[in-house]
Design a protein around this ligand. Structure first.
Ligand code: PGA
Length: 253
């Protein structure tokens, strides 16, 4: 059965605190009738302000990343405890930009997942193949490997707060979107993989999001697919008008 969609915005390295405030000011009147889950991951230093701004609204604020360590001499890093303290209630882990530009391996992402889980912190885990892997027909194999390595050592009881975002790297910020049928096929593979290797019920209940050039023009078609429960949105989450247009389209009455 289709569940209430989840629309998540990943602002990446965009927006000062002032710009974030202006965004919400603009967004709120446009989403009064929204009937979907709304998540936004601003830059770390805007989290506390954003959490304050959305108080009493149906919007959750989260981190774009976090450190696998609890605390200590790790200059420039942010811990799960700090995210929670600032008002975050989820974290994105394993985004392809973390993997590509900051060399995060599946092993390191696995440690981050364990740290978040030990602190009962909900996670959106990103997986997805590069253009080269896609062209070679390896999408399913790559995604299965990422899942196996990132979830290594974790038990099904620990994964109730895990969401997965399938984001083909060739579709992120490029304007190229996976067709709804390609996206559906991989989401189905991910769900089956979780069912086979962990638990059928867990797989059935797990939120799975598509990410990669989602915009108002293609969101509804993607979210109409049976195994796609929502979207993780970069570029189109930066403008209140575009983000609101997506929310309006997928809000089920
Ligand atoms: P995009 O980014 O929507 O700009 O393609 C998606 C993401 O990186 O999560």
């Amino acid at each position: 059965m289709k569940r209430k969609p989840l629309i998540a915005g990943n602002w990446k390295m965009h927006k000062t605190i002032g710009e974030a405030s202006a965004f919400f000011h603009d967004l709120f009147p446009k989403i009064e009738k929204a009937n979907c889950h709304i998540f936004i991951a601003p830059p770390y230093i805007a989290i506390a302000k954003c959490a304050e701004l959305v108080e009493g609204k149906n919007i959750r604020i989260g981190g774009q990343n976090m450190c696998e360590e609890e605390e200590g001499p790790f200059t420039g890093e942010i811990s799960v405890k700090m995210l929670k303290d600032a008002g975050a209630s989820f974290v994105i882990l394993g985004h392809s930009e973390r993997r590509c530009h900051f060399h995060e391996s599946n092993q390191r992402i696995n440690k981050k997942l364990k740290q978040a889980i030990n602190n009962n912190f909900p996670i959106i885990l990103c997986v997805g193949e590069t253009e080269e892997q896609y062209e070679a027909g390896d999408s399913k194999k790559v995604v299965a490997e990422q899942l196996d390595e990132c979830l290594k050592g974790l038990k099904k009881e620990e994964l109730n707060d895990l969401m997965i975002a399938y984001e083909p790297v060739w579709a992120i910020g490029t304007g190229k979107t996976a067709t709804p049928s390609i996206a559906q096929e991989i989401h189905k593979v991910v769900r089956r993989h979780i069912a086979k290797n962990l638990d059928a019920r867990l797989a059935e209940n797990m939120y799975m999001l598509y990410g990669g050039s989602v915009k108002p023009q293609n969101a509804a078609d993607l979210l109409f697919q049976p195994d796609i429960d929502g979207a993780l949105i970069g570029g189109a989450s930066l403008k209140a008008q575009d983000f609101a247009a997506i929310i309006q389209q997928v809000s089920v009455s």
